[in-house]
Design a protein around this ligand. Structure first.
Ligand code: NAP
Length: 309
């Protein structure tokens, strides 16, 4: 434990966690980031970022890499293990990772959220065999093929636009008439000749291909008429939002009914010394810019709390 003491331990190295690290380090604090998967969070799977103020156009990966490099250059440390829980010892907190324990004066929970599954029985069987949650990662495997994207948020819209550039045809399946994502991007998609909108429809079944090993088709059911339609596709890209994974932190942070950490724009959790930032907290706008903003707010609050001790 002696070597594992930091001013601030940050759970999650996505845009919120990395932004928090940058602000904390610039405030003179030592920082350990704990990351369960890869740095950058979900934005690494986004092909194009065009709405971050000051940057006209950048890939999600390049954006994340820039943040990571900036934090590392300032002296951040990172351990690739999941932060499972936080023990509150008053002035000190123990963050229990999967492998190690870390002691800190303050903790920032910036764990983001994971992809929401469809919840269909056959889903697990086809993951990696025609079901994907990441168009940027897996889209190239389906070059020239017919694919489908499910969802109506910015992720689904961007995925469909990316796939339309490399696939023969893209079905965009959404459960409503209106999209949740940016209207401008939806309009651009409508202009693509190889994108078919399948609206007011949900994916209700998954069928194997002739060999029985990979996904061959999906069944969609029209919400209004109840009619079903079979779409032959080589892959279904699922982009129906995220769910948070905060249950391990329930002792130090109140969670709302959906599992998000209940916190306002001040990023305070209610436990002194424990802060939260980014998509894992209750908020109405989950964007890169709000994640970065949370990171700054949480880090500066943590730093001034430590300075006041
Ligand atoms: P999202 O905005 O939460 O959208 C999820 C979509 O999936 C919604 O259209 C929702 O339908 C649909 N959905 C949810 N559960 C479903 C279910 N069980 N079955 C069928 N459809 C379901 O998620 P997201 O698109 O992943 O985006 C997450 C956040 O990241 C958003 O704030 C988004 O703006 C942001 N983002 C930003 C960028 C960017 O700035 N470049 C890129 C990607 C994402 P309803 O609309 O009917 O609820």
């Amino acid at each position: 434990m002696a070597d594992n003491r930091y001013d601030i331990v940050i759970a999650g190295a996505g845009p919120a966690g990395l932004s928090a690290a940058i602000y904390a380090l610039r405030a003179g604090k030592s920082v350990m980031l704990l990351e369960a998967a890869q740095f950058g969070g979900q934005i690494v799977n986004t092909p194009e970022v065009e709405n971050y103020p000051g940057i006209k156009h950048i890939s999600g990966f390049d954006f994340a890499y820039g943040l990571y490099e900036q934090a590392m250059a300032l002296g951040a440390q990172i351990a690739f293990e999941r932060a499972e829980s936080v023990e509150d010892l008053g002035d000190r907190k123990i963050v229990h990772g999967v492998k190690n324990d870390y002691e800190a004066g303050a903790v920032i929970l910036a764990t983001g959220a994971k992809n929401r599954p469809l919840g269909l029985e056959a889903e697990q069987r086809f993951i990696g065999h025609g079901i994907s949650y990441c168009a940027t990662c897996d889209g190239a495997f389906f070059r020239g093929r017919v694919v489908a994207v499910n969802g109506g948020g910015n992720t689904a819209i961007e995925d469909a636009a990316y796939l339309a550039g490399i696939c023969e045809k893209v079905y965009l399946i959404h459960r409503r008439e209106q999209f949740r994502g940016e209207e401008r991007a939806v309009e651009a998609l409508r202009g693509r000749g190889n994108v078919e909108f399948v609206l007011n429809a949900t994916v209700t079944d998954l069928f194997p291909d002739e060999a029985g090993e990979r996904l061959g088709a999906v069944e969609v059911t029209d919400k209004n008429s109840g009619e079903t339609r079979r779409l032959d596709v080589a892959c279904l890209f699922v982009a129906i939002g995220q769910i948070p994974e905060n249950s391990g932190f329930a002792d130090v942070a109140r969670l709302d009914e959906k599992g998000y950490i209940a916190a306002g724009e001040d990023c305070l959790t209610g436990t002194p010394g424990v802060y939260t930032a980014g998509d894992c907290r209750t908020k109405t706008v989950r964007q890169l810019v709000t994640a970065a903003s949370d990171g700054a707010v949480a880090a500066l609050a943590a730093a001034s709390m430590l300075d006041a001790k």
